[in-house]
Design a protein. Structure first.
Length: 358
């Protein structure tokens, strides 16, 4: 069953004469397989119509399946109003979390004969679909991660004393984009020494020195799907405290990967790694969640955090990325992506986890 067919079936069960209007680029891409900065997707139990402007119409006609593709007319809202009349739409579901107040006002004014529903129902329908990845989605994520793993192998040979964080960042970016990556998953993080104590530090012109931890968080995109990994390496020497912190993070990550499985809540997954770090006396320095889902967006629900009640299901792809960050000293994070299975998980990240001394 295609994604369009799946959402049609769901809409047919929830309300009569109910139509979804999908406008966000991420959800349009997910449902149609077509990426564009412009487009409107109308779906109900019997119809699916994708509207886009002249910049994308030819590509959309060649790419979009399971939808009727129409060229956007000069008066878009009149076009949508007529289509909704033809489709006998009485209720229109919006993506509440992705619709601005300005757009909601326009829709309410232009489609004043239609009941506009801006609760969380459409977000929940699409969100539940997106949370569990199919084989093709997992294949794309694996392909993106393969490039990312190869980039890590490359950068370990590239880093030298006196090189700047910015040089490391740019080399990672160039490698991923020149070896099959469509784009970066996010702005690459490459921070060293005291800067590594900032979980999302920005690479600058600090030069890496012997004895520095270097934390690199990076990923790329293949067919619209993201990869995400973090490794922390050390240049030349390492102190006993640095070893203890690194090994604590590694233990926390491995215990979570070895224990996480379908049926757990996100909070239970988070607790596995958090308990290890707290037991070693570093709890106050673990300042973010254990992980998040990854797909068409780099951060998707469900999350592995202290308050996540959502239950993990087979096919969900989540990161496992505990960290310890000691202000003014250094930080360590180790991150893999895993696919949840009935009895555990499959680790998609192939890079070595044990401390690498460059």
């Amino acid at each position: 069953m295609t994604k369009i067919e799946s959402i049609k079936n769901t809409l047919s069960r929830i309300q009569d004469n109910c139509t979804a209007l999908v406008m966000s680029p991420e959800n349009r891409k997910y449902l149609t397989g077509f990426e564009s900065s412009d487009g409107f997707l109308l779906i109900n139990a019997s119809d699916a119509i994708f509207i886009t402007d002249g910049r994308y119409i030819e590509a959309a006609e060649n790419t979009v399946r399971d939808c009727k593709v129409l060229l956007q007319e000069h008066n878009l809202w009149e076009q949508i109003k007529k289509l909704m009349s033809d489709m006998k739409v009485e209720k229109l579901l919006l993506e509440s979390s992705r619709t601005t107040m300005h757009l909601y006002r326009i829709l309410s004014e232009r489609l004043n004969e239609t009941e506009i529903i801006a609760d969380d129902s459409l977000d929940s329908i699409i969100g539940e679909m997106r949370a569990v990845k199919d084989e093709n989605e997992i294949r794309n994520i694996k392909a993106a991660q393969k490039i990312t793993d190869e980039a890590f192998s490359h950068i370990c040979k590239f880093i030298k004393e006196g090189m700047t964080e910015k040089e490391i960042q740019l080399e990672l970016d160039f490698y991923m984009l020149s070896h099959g990556g469509e784009a970066l998953s996010f702005e690459t993080i490459a921070v060293s020494g005291k800067n590594s104590s900032m979980p999302h530090g920005v690479p600058g012109f600090k030069k890496v020195e012997n004895g520095d931890f270097i934390t690199m968080d990076f990923g790329t995109i293949v067919n619209g799907y993201h990869s995400d990994m973090t490794r922390t390496v050390v240049l030349a020497g390492v102190s006993e405290k640095m070893k203890k912190v690194y090994n604590t993070v590694l233990k926390a990550q491995m215990e979570c990967i070895n224990s996480i499985k379908a049926g757990m809540s996100g909070a239970q997954g988070d607790k596995i790694s958090r308990d290890v770090i707290e037991k070693e006396g570093f709890g106050e320095y673990f300042t973010h969640s254990t992980g998040h889902s990854v797909g068409i967006e780099i951060h998707e629900p469900p999350f592995l955090n202290t308050s996540e009640e959502s239950i993990l299901k087979p096919g969900m792809v989540v990161t496992v990325e505990p960290g310890i960050y000691i202000p003014g000293e250094f930080g360590v994070r180790i991150e893999d992506m895993v696919v949840i299975t009935e009895n555990g998980c499959e680790d998609l990240t192939g890079s070595k986890k044990e401390l690498i001394i460059l």
